[in-house]
Every structure is written in structure tokens, then in C-alpha cells.
Design a protein around this ligand. Sequence first.
Ligand code: NAD
Length: 726
Amino acid sequence: MTNLTLARGEDGIAVITWDMPGRSMNVMNDASLGEFAAAVDQALSDPETKGVVITSGKPAFIAGADLDWLEAMLAGTPGDSEEARIRSLFGRFMDVHRLFRRIEAAKKPFVAAINGTALGGGFEVCLACHRRIATDDPRALLGLPETKVGLFPGFGGTQRYLRMLGALDALPVLLEGTSMSPAQALARGLVDEVAPAVELVARAKDWIRSAPAEALVKPWDKPGFIVPGPDPRTLAGVQAFSAANAMQRAKTYGNYPALDAIQSVVYRGMQVPLDTGLRIETKAFARLALDPRARNMVRTQFINLQRTNRLARRPAAVVRRRFARIGVLGAGLMGSGIAHVAARAGIDVVLLDTNEETAGRGLDHIRRQQQSAVERGRAGEAEARAIVARVTPTADYARLAGAELVIEAVFENREVKAEVTRNAEAVLGGDAVFASNTSTLPITGLAQASVRPERFIGLHFFSPVERMPLVEIIRAERTGEEALAWSMDFVRQIGKTPIVVNDSRGFYTSRVFGTYTREAVLMLAEGVRPALIENGGKAAGMPMAPLALSDEVAISLIHQVAVQTAKDLCDKYRPSAADRLIAEMVERQNRPGRRAGKGFYDYPADGPKRLWLGLAQLAPEAAMQPSLDEVKTRYLAIQALEAARCLEENVVTDPADADVGAILGWGFAPWTGGPLSYIDMLGTGRFVELCDRLAQQHGERFVPNPMLRDLGRRRAAIYAERQAAA
Ligand code: NAD
């Protein structure tokens, strides 16, 4: 065995320790599962073995499925029919069920000593044990997060959660893919005990020595077992299930096949013995694995996200860098957020603004955030104090000496940005990187103020910085490989995901995202009902309705960007009906957005926001209204098309970056796996036909770009084409 060890002590207790060589985490794949099955069977057949402890030799227990294994399994053998692929998946998963059932039905006690994070299959193996003892480390995560990547737990998780928690408590955690701290898992009864990691194996052995025989029979294997909670065949059960179903649909609009499947396997699983429940789960899983939505989600939100986080596209020749000290210029909304996330990652930060008082306000923001983290139990007092102490507010550029990276987040104004660039570079060391957090100004232009353009780069954070997981790294014309590689190192050090793009107006994320809200304003100008515009956005799977979102971003900011773009592009810029409506909202109606309490919505102090009634005069309703489907399609198609243009123009160079960036950056309909995956899912041929029709009906912004036309003609997929080229 290479991935785990089996050692029986003098006391007759065997310890199976997962410790896969050459990996930072244990994962499930054919090799590790095969060895695990052999170890379990050996312990079961050895008459000297009285009980078994399962643990890990790494800081985490088992992280879940191995990416490459999962990818290959979902892809199936080329040439296999759908039925053959379903049968093969079914067979492999049933093997795992049988293994877990041998553990569960063993006459010998099995205890999971969960010494760290156990997710997905890693937690499902624990659920099959007779007892679970977890580390008391609050950072360890336990749970079944599969729905976050479009799947659902397939190693018995749905059926064991159901029988342990009851349907009504199991459904929300399964549907949301909730991960818990050990203390939370203890409170729910999903683990039996928490203890310091060093004591886990000893405690597990103590329990094994005195385990009563009845603890070796799971409740669901005892005669007369009934799943806790209401029976779906009773009135109360019917009501509870329909309410849960309705709530789920209201949130997700039926876009996620995994969520429908979970509800179905839980409902059906309640009425049958566990072994039948496991077959139901497996059949549903095998079908789901063939659904293109689920496969796209797995590819983007799991496989490619992890590859991106491993910095697969980082220039390999550049030595890795860990940052100890950085500077942030501008202590406003973005600057204080950036300083905060850096300090949280253990980096010293000099936070500079025009005067000490303003810089101090940035530090106050960090202090308040940390106080609230302490109150919510997310941080200890000492940790919070240390984070705040890492940030030095100042107005003195000399304090930047020794900073390895400086990020400017001052006003969105070229002259101001040029001045702070010059001031900072005067004190920076030769290999320090200078980054701009501009949201709209091309980086190559800003780099003209720099005396070392090879060290100048864009680091585009999203608001609120603390919560948003993406950073868009923008390479300007003269940005060097070191600045790029080190910026990627920095983004990972603060726990965020970097995508790398080339310089362009709006870069990648703002450029594509802007088409969503613009399409909504264009529909408004056409006379589409505002409520339909808003519901269409949500039903398409976007996290926020587009007009509400425009209010949040600020209509005045959208206007300002349009004015600046028109100025920069001169006669190449053709104002649209959306530009005119936005200008009208800002300049004549004085409705700049949410902050002012007036935008596309009204924000009464005593109730929820309401669409502004004045829209009826500004954009009278047309007699003919489009269908909800048509509205949804327009939102998804216009964004996907813009993403495809970015790929053709080399703004993004990799489809995975485009899709990961879209989902993490602006929440592009996650069920699609991203805008380019959406095109591939429809098929490039069908997508081109769709765009041609939309162009005819709604304008030339829908005309497909040459790259798409070419792919469409050949019925070739974007991903397959790029992979073949790579
Ligand atoms: P903000 O107005 O909240 O903060 C700007 C800060 O810069 C202020 O504290 C101001 O005092 C300071 N400042 C101005 N001139 C300065 C100078 N010469 N020297 C030092 N400090 C100076 O603005 P913000 O929303 O934090 O935006 C900052 C930058 O980040 C802009 O370039 C913006 O485009 C970009 N950005 C903003 C968002 C967003 O959602 N707000 C998102 C991404 C990027």
C-alpha cells in the first residue's frame, strides 16, 4: 500500500492512516479507494483485530474527490453510449457503497478520528463509521459541499444525512452544501465528540475498548427504524415537502439539476431501507453526471478553479515570492478593504492617504470589521488586535520604504494616479511591484507615469473586498514576467483567486458585466415592463436583477464611465438608447442610484425598495411584451458573446479564466459553468444562429464575432478547440 498504512497494535486495535505521498491532501481516487478497501477487508478478516481507527497523516483528514479522477469519470470512455456511461458510473459507486456498508455492518467497531477538514467523500466515509471524533480546531471544515460544484453527495451522504437528521433538517444542508466547524457538526449530531487533535486516536481506542454491542448496529439497521420528522405520506409531510420545494424553486428557478435530484432522492429515500436508498442515490447521481449543466459546473467551479488557485498559468521561471510588507495608497472604500485582507493574511501594511486623519479613517474601517468578527465568533480578540496593529496609517511617502508591493486605490483620475505613482516609486526598491486598482482606466496608459513600466501592473479588486473572491490581474503592454508572477503570488497569499487578462477598456470583467446592465436599460428603452426586466435577470440565474444592480453600482458611475469612454473614443463612439436613458436619469431626473435613495428604484425609509413609478413616463410600456425566456436568453447571450469577443481579442487568453472570472467576479449564472461554457453547452452552431436572430430583432450588438462564426460553421466547441491548440 502506498496511499495509506494499516497497523495493528498490541491492543488488537488497527489504525488505518491515510497519507498519500507527494500530495498536500488526501483525496479519493481509484488507487486510494482500492487500498482502503483492501485495508478494511484485511482488518475485518483478521481475527486478532478488535476494532479499527481511521485517521490521516496529514493536517486535513480527506479533502474529497481527486480532480483528475473525477474529470475522467465524468467524461467516460470515448465512444461509450449514454447508457454504458451510466452503467459504468453506477457500478463504481455501488462498489463504494458496498465497502462502506461492510464497515457499517461490521461486528467490529470502526471510529473516524477526524483530525482536520473532511469534505465530500471524505466526510461520507466518516458517516459510515460507528463513531466520529473530530478535532476541536475551529478552522477544520466538515460537510458535504457537492452542490457548490453542481453535484450532490454520491457516497451515501444524502441517505445517511436523511436518516441522522430527518428530511427537513437534512435538506437545507444538502441543498446549500453547508460545511461546518467541528463544534457545529457536534451540535447537529453529525459527530459524537470533539477533542484536541493529538488525543483523537487515543480517545478512539478508548471507545473501541468499551463499545457496547448495540453501538455497532446503526439505528437504520435496527428493526422498526423510522426516519425522524414528518412522513411524506401524511398531510404534514406533504405540506413540509411542497413548502421546501417551493422555497428552493423561488431561489434557484429550477436552474440546478443537482438540487432537484437531491429533493427527489431524499423524498424517495425516506420510504425505503438504506440499501434501496443507496441505489436510488446512485442512479440519480449517474444521470446527473451526464447533465451538461452539472458537468460544466464541475469543470469551472471545481476543477478549473482549483487549477487557477494552484497558479497553473504562473510564469514558472520566476522564483516565488512571499510578501511581508506592502503599501496601499488611498484609504477609501477599496484601499481600506485591500489593506484589511492583506493584514488578515499576516502582511504589514502602510496605508497612505492625503492626510493622517483620512488615513486613520481607513484604519477605523478595519478596526470595526474586526470588532464585528470578534462579536460573531469569527476571530479571537488577540488575533483581531494583531491584524489591526499590522496596519500603519500615514500621509508620509517615506514610510513606504521597504514595501515589496504598492497598490494604489486613489480617485479614478489619471492625474491623481500619475502623481501617486511618481511619489511612491521615488522611495520603492528595485524589485517592488506597483499596481493600480483602477476599474476603468487602461493600465498601459497609467504606466506612462512610471519610470519602471516592467514593474507596473493592474490588480483589480471587487467590492466589498473582504467578501469578493476574485482579483483580475491586468498585464499592460510592458508589464514583465516577474511583476506578473509576483502579483499572482500575492493574490494567493491573501486567499483570493487570480485571473490574468490583457489590457483593454473595462478589462475583462467590467467589459462583459457591463453588457448585462446595459441590455436591461436597452429593454427599458424599448418599453419592456420593468418587472419583467428584473425577473428575467434573476430567472436567468444572475445573483441580482439588473436595474437593482445598476442602482447599487450607481447610475451616476455608469454615466461617468460612458462619458469618459465617449471622450476617449471620439467619433468611434456611438451612443445608444441606453446611454440616453442613463443620462436622462442622472442629469434631468436626478436619480443617481441607491446611495442617494433614488434610482430605478425608490428606497422608502419604512419599507422595502420599489421600482420607481416615474419609469412609466420615461419609458412607456410597449403593447407587445417579450416572453420571460426571451428576456433570459438576451441577458445570457449578450454576456456570452462579449466574453467570446474578449477571447478572440486576446483580452482573456484561456476559456477557463473567462469562466472562473465570470462566476467569481460578477456571479454570472453559475449553473452554466460560465459564459463560454454556456456557448459550448448550446453548441457554437446553435449559438451563432441564436445571435443572428437576436441581431435581426434587437440590433447589431448581437452580431457574432468571426471566431464564433468559424467555430459555429465547423460545429466545434470553444474548450475543445483551445485545448487542442494548447
Ligand atoms: P474612494 O473615494 O472611497 O477612496 C479614494 C481614496 O483615495 C480617498 O480616501 C481619498 O482621500 C484618497 N486619495 C485621493 N487622492 C489621493 C492622493 N493624491 N494621495 C493619497 N490618497 C488620495 O474610492 P474607491 O471606491 O475606494 O475607489 C478607489 C479606486 O478603486 C478607484 O480607482 C476605483 O475606480 C477603483 N475601484 C473601485 C471599486 C468600487 O466598487 N468602488 C471597485 C474596483 C475598483
